[in-house]
Design a protein around this ligand. Structure first.
Ligand code: WTA
Length: 656
């Protein structure tokens, strides 16, 4: 974040008190803060019993004796799929729409009721059982945003089979490493999905990912979504519709131990290897449902909720699948992009389905701002009453625009800070309770402890910045990194004694509100997606023409950060003064192949040297200065101080 933005943050004095009419009906209440503060465990026990149906009640709330390895509600038992589906049908709400599914091609829609979902999830659980899956096996899911993705996740949950959903934009390589790390026995995919007006293929990436003799995968279930031709391996591939047709209709959900793993979700860390963050059942479901209720102010009887995230990210897990469905919500599930077939697509969906709660990312909001406020103005958006933001800091101006042009000038905007690791929202205003400040996530929600510490681990005073930490264990906290408990301890619990280190910089304003300032480690945030600098560097270096690479996240007006790569080519492969556009394209495509199109560098700069400290560490700070076009900062710790001059001379060549 630039200094100018930081200055703006310090001087934000607009504030929006809650509307009393909103407060009167809000799920969140001011007294929850004190109640949770007075009795942390009692507060969470209450939420666990309020939002979740337990097949066996728990007697112990938190076991922190083996910190930082937590157990929540450990002797309780529950079934997540039962909570998301069956109990709503049993309560007579089977006819209620669970999903208003909107495919990308206009008119391609499907309404899925809770009764429909119940039937599909039972069948899918039986189909998976027929394929030999039992509790404790793992399944990889690589699907577009179609109802089958939700059904597949819930069928896994029903069986106690942790799912590992891999975002459809990841490459075969990325899918392969995730499958191998989780030792998935089954992959659920589709022929393809619709993206920007055309079918795009998914199955070829699965085929390529499984093209290894030692793969753990035995079968691949393939949903027919687009009807495009697919290569078929008779001994491995099975059509989803065939498996479903052959499966029995009824399946009785068994209770799982509260700490049984519910899912694994890979996320970028500071090293090249993605981390398999894993979450367990009872605590995760409790916090997902509670936060969806008090932060989004979901009233399942009357609201139509829409979270625009992809199911491949944690936001899709907590706030499309588990939270809203546990709460019995009616929600929109949209397959496509915001500008297909036109730039008003989102607002047309809001109008058509009378969406009342919208949860999206700042990068999308900034894009809508760029497209112009006349676009949403063409649609009837009077149904909107709550707006949420997630994934990256929201600039105050984007916040104001969102409230004004999407929220009719009255809808509260909740800026929600959390992570794949936290499982659920941690820092956010409560609509109807909090005096809203544009651009700040404000305070830890009831039941959560957060603080900002200085280098020495002391809380910073108001008006000062430092490192964001979480001070108390919370129910949806990650239980570890799949297969690597030590990395869990080292990454999150070693920087500050007894505290969870989030990896984010933050600042407290004069009122103690928390402002998130972006990552303090080598993780980038591009359009709300987490990418690791090291992972992209490894991908670049794996190309035969590259000798060395350094990647930085440079500030970008639209995407928050953009990936900028500095590469040294191998001898004889071109030179920093040449026209390297061809090799740059080649490298960009190579990154897309290794990781996925989301990781493609926006800019690649061929340089003769990289700035390194005497111990050989790349000084990314200096490269960021170059990438952002600033005067280069203090370079005195460089091993060779002429390097920055070399880089700048190389880059001033007009061919760049
Ligand atoms: C960033 C996404 C500022 C942050 C749910 C965090 C945010 C990372 C916000 C986690 C926000 C998320 N304000 N920054 N409201 N929400 N972040 O795991 O840097 O994909 O550490 O989880 O996104 O990204 P992840």
């Amino acid at each position: 974040m630039s200094n100018e933005t930081l200055e703006n943050l310090l001087h934000e004095d607009r504030s929006f008190p809650p509307d009393p009419a909103f407060t009167a009906q809000a799920n969140g209440t001011a007294d929850m803060y004190a109640a949770a503060e007075a009795d942390h465990e009692g507060f969470w026990a209450q939420q666990a019993r309020k939002y979740v149906t337990w097949s066996k009640d728990f007697t112990q709330v938190l076991d922190w004796s083996d910190a930082p390895f937590a157990k929540w509600f450990a002797d309780g038992e529950l079934n997540a799929a039962y909570n998301c589906v069956d109990r709503h049908v049993e309560a007579g709400r089977g006819d209620k729409v669970a999903l208003h599914w909107v495919g990308e091609p206009t008119g391609d829609t499907r309404d899925v009721t809770y009764a429909d979902l119940h039937r599909e999830v039972q069948k899918a659980a039986n189909a998976l059982t027929d394929l030999g899956l039992t509790k404790g096996d793992t399944v990889a899911i690589y699907l577009p945003m179609i109802p089958e993705a939700v059904v597949a996740m819930l069928a896994c949950a029903r069986l106690g089979v942790p799912h590992s959903v891999v975002f459809g934009g990841f490459s075969a390589e990325a899918l392969n490493t995730r499958i191998a790390d989780a030792q998935a026995k089954l992959v659920i995919t589709s022929d393809g999905g619709y993206r920007r007006g055309a079918p795009s293929a998914l199955k070829p990436a699965v085929d390529a990912a499984l093209d290894h003799a030692d793969t753990s995968v035995q079968k691949v279930l393939v949903v027919r979504r687009t009807g495009q031709d697919v290569a078929w391996n008779d001994s491995r591939d099975i059509w989803w519709h065939d498996a479903m047709a052959a499966a029995g209709d009824t399946h009785v959900a068994q209770g799982m131990e509260s700490e049984h793993p519910l899912f694994i979700l890979y996320t970028s860390g500071t090293t090249g290897k993605p981390k398999g963050i894993f979450h367990t059942t009872g605590g995760f479901l409790t916090q997902a449902a509670y936060t969806n209720s008090v932060v989004h102010d979901l009233h399942p009887e009357t609201d139509v909720y829409w979270c625009t995230a992809d199911i491949g990210w944690v936001t899709g897990h907590s706030y499309i699948v588990y939270g809203p469905l546990a709460n019995g919500a009616t929600q929109v599930l949209y397959e496509g992009t915001p500008d297909t077939p036109h730039q008003g697509r989102f607002w047309e969906i809001v109008q058509d389905y009378k969406v009342s709660i919208l949860y999206t990312a700042p990068t999308a909001i900034r894009t809508f701002m760029k497209w112009g406020s006349d676009i949403p103005a063409k649609f009837d958006m009077s149904s909107i009453r709550v707006l949420g933001s997630v994934g990256e800091p929201i600039n105050p101006e984007a916040w104001m625009w969102y409230r004004e042009h999407i929220g009719g000038g009255h809808a509260p905007v909740v800026d929600t800070w959390w992570q794949t690791e936290t499982g659920g929202i941690m820092i956010s205003p409560l609509p109807g309770v909090t005096n809203l400040k544009p651009g700040s996530a404000q305070k830890a929600i009831p039941g959560i402890g957060a603080d900002v510490l200085d280098d020495m681990g002391e809380p910073v005073p108001n008006g000062t910045g430092g490192y964001l930490v979480l001070t108390k264990p919370w129910p949806a906290m990650l239980r570890g990194i799949w297969g690597d408990p030590q990395r869990y301890v080292d990454t999150y619990w070693s920087r500050f004694e007894g505290m969870y280190f989030a990896g984010d910089g933050a600042k407290k304003d004069d009122e103690g509100n928390i402002w998130l300032l972006g990552r303090v480690d080598d993780v980038m945030n591009v359009s709300g997606h987490r990418l690791s600098t090291t992972e992209i560097e490894s991908a670049l270096v794996s190309h035969p023409k590259v000798a060395e690479a350094a990647v930085v996240g440079a500030n970008d007006e639209m995407t928050g950060q953009a990936v900028v790569a500095f590469v040294i080519l191998r001898q004889g492969e071109g030179h920093e003064h040449d026209d390297n556009s061809q090799i740059e394209t080649e490298l960009r495509n190579h990154v897309a192949k290794e990781i996925g199109p989301i990781a493609k560098p926006k800019k690649i700069m061929v340089v003769p040297e990289l700035p390194k400290t005497r111990s050989g560490k790349i000084m990314r700070r200096l490269l960021r200065d170059v990438a952002e076009g600033r005067a280069v900062g203090d370079a005195t710790t460089l091993a060779d101080s002429s390097v920055m001059d070399l880089i700048k001379t190389g880059l001033s060549n007009p061919s760049e």
